[in-house]
Design a protein around this ligand. Sequence first.
Ligand SMILES: [Zn+2]
Length: 423
Amino acid sequence: MDTVSQQSNNVEIDEDRQQKAREYARKRRRLSYIDMGIAAVGIIFVFLSGLDIALRNWLHPLAWQPVAGWYPWQVLVYFLVLMLGYQVITSPLAYYGGFVLPHRYGLSTMTLRSWLIDLFKGLILGLVLEALVIELIYLLLAVQPQMWWLWVAIILLLFTVVMANLAPVLILPLFYKFTPLPEGELTRRLLALAERSHARVRGVFTMHLSSKTTAANAALMGLGNTRRIVLGDTMLDRYTPDEIEVVLAHELGHHVHHDIWKLIISQSVLTLGSLYLLNLALHWAVETQHYYLSLSDVATMPYIFLLTAVFGLIVLPISNGLSRVIESQADEYALQATKMVGAFKSAMIRLANQNLSDIEPSRLIEFLFHDHPPVGKRLKHADEFAERYAFNASISAESLPPTSSTEPPGIESSGSSTPEAAH
Ligand SMILES: [Zn+2]
């Protein structure tokens, strides 16, 4: 006799928390609409007032020109004025959305001080990396006005690969503490799981999420020599070993399916398309409208930002859709590798309760904003797997023995901003 393990530890969707989850998601969406509105009004104001041209004229004295048409100081100062202006104007929103709201919903464990420190670290890191990319774009606009978009796409692809490799060792430790998962039951189980699927795992790490959030998460991170599975400490103490094993199996699924590469490549294709359209729009503005002096005129920056933001909005549902497919495949992998349908379902339910994620968002909201299938669909997927598996088992005698849990059900949750177990 062969069956899948349906034991579910009696974990149920918490209706009060679902109510809160819907409310929280609604408030967060409203905030991002306001944020977008401010950015749109700001950029339109810059165009109508002629501030884009005025700022370039004002920066005229910064005339150092190492390559014909490329003014690195003008580009840098122009960029900083735009970005810092935007950050200052939207800082009340950042404070409300990043600090007040998560505290009100019991998702954040950060003090104002540590939140501000993270905010500044993130801001500086972002400004440095973005400034490098912007300088590169303007350099290529000056020297390769026809093919700059292709060069930028290629360099961005290389840059993304390098960042994906360095993130777990260089970037994320700036914000979180990582420690190797202690030797023991879980490590043993994971290694057995990895061995069964012939996957080489370089390491499993605990990420100390609890210093910032009450939410749980797990992820596959890194590329090449830095590839690792990361498990939030907010999961370790509240989930049964079976549930954690299923979550780890999901992450292992990402590894086996080469999902980080799939995401990098698909993102690069979308970026290439956006850059090509941006190229057409820039040539039109310069050559037909004569609004700017040349392609590499720094005054094009607000125009480039506006178009990039519009393309980003168009591309978002596409990349979210791809991500949902990849996530669903990782779920399928986790179910096949462990056969623990019950533990899968209870882990999903615990995550939804703990992280305040809406298990059944509207179709439109899912299509636009969700990079994981909603928990409701993931539960349904598990049920379908159980049916499929029972059917297959009835026609084939051979199969893996089910594992089962001896752990008592975990403690009821608190919550967060990130949905489900992630990449
Ligand atoms: Zn995932």
